[in-house]
Design a protein around this ligand. Structure first.
Ligand code: GLC
Length: 755
């Protein structure tokens, strides 16, 4: 229906060109820059000020990370963008009214979800999270975070999925599909090669084209293809000298032309330095937006460094996001999401994702066993990491409470003593930590050998939890972080010796957000359960696994090395500051730095298996309370025809119901440029198999899964020869395999863009 000039309004996608044509330059500039951001607890002057006229517009969702400008005369509403990957992060209270809370669910962190190897489960989590966003009036969730876990010390690894791009990409796509099925958008982040926190805003990542294509871009490519996220968030860093948010090769040539991304690109908060160049690169929305930015854009229009056409194209890309949003569709949100429904999903999902690393006849423990529960984190669970990936949740279920609810008998004296100690130590922690600070750990109490000897006599089992936390803004340390602290080592040793002297078992629970060293202390434990950071129902999830209510079926999404120096990227991590650099007086900005990805494509298991470096626990590893056997894999598709279909039958050969993760690795013929011994190229998780139960799993490979990236030709190439299709118990142990032959070289895509 034609609209007369005066009352042109945004009604749908088709109306966008008319609306853009009716906008003034000032309105267009206001649309491509957000309404600014204030972070409580940050000293003044750290963040560039927003436009003063935005200050007195009341926030629809206080605490949400960002909002866009409305243009009421054209029917363009403000859209709300909120963190984060583990749940909605908004202020828990408004106008200091403590009678009406605005809590959200603390979901399991991404690295735990990836350990499920279960895309259906992750989609279900996404759906629950999307529903909460919808009911709080949020239009886009700033997640999933999906940068590769290049190094165990990466400060935000808890927010990311894996060291492998295929697992990363499919997990992110599953999350995107789940959230967006509720009508709320997502933002896959941080695009790209942002694999550390050290000086992230002024860091130059120096990386080869092959490592970019096969690892650092690959996950995002899969997430775009299988998820179609509404938005992509460009990262803070540079790649090979150019800010990602200012790089048209990344954001237009690769993301849009090659991958056919149809959505909107937003910056990370205060990312990049040149607003006009960001729009020229098709980074459509500059978040959170600040006054100097919009002034610079008006100037750029004048001096020609930003053309009217380019501005219009970016505005159109944002309006495309607006017309999909719940607020544009006038969704009546309740401010009352169904948090108890989410809690039930969280409890089961976390338990199904946990990884049983060791079990010498110690687990499961049937109630009402008498448990001696040790470790601060047994009584103060770490549900998730810190920074923008944190969530203001109503509660966290600790392990002691969950064990009591599960009918176990705990030593009351221990519980009282830990309660007293934790209260005392918590009171000494910094009062109002800023968003970017991780609270220091509470040290373990020096064990009282006499008391422990007595407990070892009368209790059935010792359970000890080791906790770790980290978050945005800084990376982790080797000492007292990747490595155990002395107080932890002493605690493990004393308890283990006492309980083993009485032929009692010791179970260690790892409530951590990133990989730690395990080889030097695992002999103290009869069982090790990797719980990661399991979300607000975490204690109950751990208890469900300990009791056997849930048979653990998680597998490692990241390798646990024997020692830090074995990590392929350890020598150069996290890079170095450039001489004479400055943060312009703003510590948030960091200083100009660079990091060289010298290990190239040999990240994680790709490095360990190819260089024959043994790990403590390999990628893909995980035990069950039952056992599984496999048939030989069969290629069921015709030779040389894509997709390549592989069938394999799994049998539960044990005596408890359980689920198996089927991992298909490809070991390709050697090339002179070198390639990893094997790479994960497909996976699937069975349903719950009863003892003796079987399931035939169908796996699919595309020709692209056999390809490598040839920098010389900037092309994806399939080399002729014999490919081994391997079913692995993990990246280091092949159970069974079959062969697949490629007769002649194939070039799948060529003349691709270089970054
Ligand atoms: C942060 C993070 C990003 C987050 C955004 C909004 O600095 O890098 O992940 O979504 O800013 O809080």
């Amino acid at each position: 229906m034609a609209q007369d000039k005066n009352n042109i309004r945004l009604t749908d996608k088709q109306s966008i060109p008319r609306v853009v044509a009716a906008m003034t330059a000032a309105e267009k500039v206001s649309l491509v820059t957000g309404m600014g951001l204030k972070i409580e607890g940050l000293p003044p002057g750290l963040l560039p000020p927003g436009d003063p006229k935005d200050d007195d517009i009341p926030e629809k969702v206080p605490g949400a990370a960002g909002r866009t400008h409305a243009i009421p005369r054209l029917g363009i509403p403000t859209i709300i963008l909120s963190d984060g990957p583990a749940g909605i992060r908004i202020n828990p209270y408004r106008n200091s009214d403590s009678t009406k809370p605005y809590f959200a669910t603390g979901f399991p962190v991404a690295t735990l979800l990836a350990s499920s190897w279960d895309t259906a489960l992750v989609t279900q989590i996404g759906k629950a999270m999307g529903k909460e966003a919808l009911e709080y009036g949020i239009d886009v969730i700033l997640g999933p975070g999906m940068n590769l876990q290049r190094n165990p010390l990466g400060g935000r690894n808890f927010e990311y999925y894996s060291e492998d791009p295929l697992l990363t990409g499919h997990m992110a796509a599953a999350m995107v599909r789940g959230v967006q099925s509720t009508g709320v958008g997502t933002s896959i982040k941080h695009f790209a090669a942002n694999n550390q926190e050290f000086n992230r805003m002024q860091l130059n990542t120096i990386v080869s084209q092959r490592a970019l294509r096969e690892l650092y871009l690959r996950g995002f490519q899969l997430a775009v293809k299988h998820g179609q996220p509404w938005t992509v968030m460009s990262s803070y860093n540079k790649i090979n000298g150019v800010y990602t948010s200012e790089n048209p090769v990344l954001l237009k040539r690769i993301l849009r032309d090659e991958w056919k991304f149809k959505g909107t690109v937003i910056t990370d908060w205060f990312g990049g330095t040149n607003p006009a160049q960001q729009l020229n690169a098709w980074n459509n929305l500059l978040m959170p937006g600040f006054y100097a930015q919009s002034q610079a854009l008006l100037g750029a229009l004048q001096d020609g460094s930003l053309s009217a056409q380019t501005l219009d194209a970016n505005v159109a890309a944002i309006l495309q996001l607006v017309v999909q949003s719940p607020v544009f569709k006038k969704y009546k949100y309740s401010d009352k999401p169904d948090l108890s429904a989410s809690a039930a999903i969280v409890r089961r999902a976390a338990a199904e994702s946990m990884v049983l690393l060791k079990n010498d006849s110690a687990l499961p423990i049937t109630a009402p066993g008498k448990i001696a529960l040790f470790g601060v984190t047994s009584y103060k669970l770490i549900a998730g990491g810190t920074g923008s990936g944190d969530v203001n949740k109503a509660y966290v279920t600790d392990l002691d409470k969950a064990m009591l609810q599960g009918g176990y008998v705990l030593d009351a004296g221990l519980q009282t003593e830990y309660g007293r100690y934790i209260t005392e130590k918590t009171a000494q922690l910094p009062k109002s930590p800023s968003l970017f600070s991780t609270p220091p750990p509470i040290p373990e109490q020096q064990p009282d050998s006499e008391a422990i000897s007595r407990l070892a006599k009368y209790m059935d089992v010792a359970i000890i939890t080791i906790g770790r936390n980290a978050g945005e803004g800084s990376d982790r340390n080797i000492e007292n972080d990747f490595l155990l602290r002395e107080d932890e080592r002493t605690m493990l040793k004393v308890i283990s010796e006492a309980f083993h002297a009485n032929n009692k078992k010791v179970v260690v629970v790892l409530n951590i957000g990133g990989v730690i060293e395990t080889a030097s202390w695992r002999q103290y434990a009869d069982a090790i359960l990797l719980a990661w950071q399991p979300g607000q129902e975490g204690g109950s999830s751990i208890a469900d696994v300990i009791s056997g209510n849930i048979n653990p079926s998680g597998r490692l999404a990241a390798s646990f090395p024997m020692q830090y120096t074995d990590v392929p990227s350890s020598a150069g991590f996290p890079g170095k500051e450039l001489p004479g650099g400055s943060n312009n007086g703003n510590p948030m900005m960091g200083k100009p730095s660079e990091v060289q990805y010298t290990e190239d494509i040999y990240v994680g298991y790709r490095g360990y298996t190819t260089n024959n470096i043994a790990t403590a626990f390999p990628f893909g590893y995980g035990l069950s309370y039952t056992n599984f056997t496999y048939s030989r894999p069969r290629v069921t598709s015709a030779p040389g025809v894509a997709p390549i279909r592989v069938a394999v039958t799994v049998t539960n050969s044990g005596n408890r119901p359980g689920r198996e993760v089927v991992q298909l690795y490809v070991s390709a013929p050697a090339i002179k440029q070198g390639r990893p011994v094997r790479e994960l190229k497909a996976f699937a998780k069975t349903g719950i198999l009863p003892p003796g139960g079987k399931e035939t799993v169908q796996l699919t490979l595309g020709m692209s899964d056999l390809a490598w990236f040839d920098e010389a030709r900037m092309a994806w190439v399939v080399t002729p020869g014999t490919y081994k299709l391997e079913i692995g118990a993990n990246a280091e142990m092949v159970i069974t395999s079959t062969e697949y032959k490629i007769g002649k070289e194939m070039m799948l895509e060529k003349n691709l863009a270089a970054l």
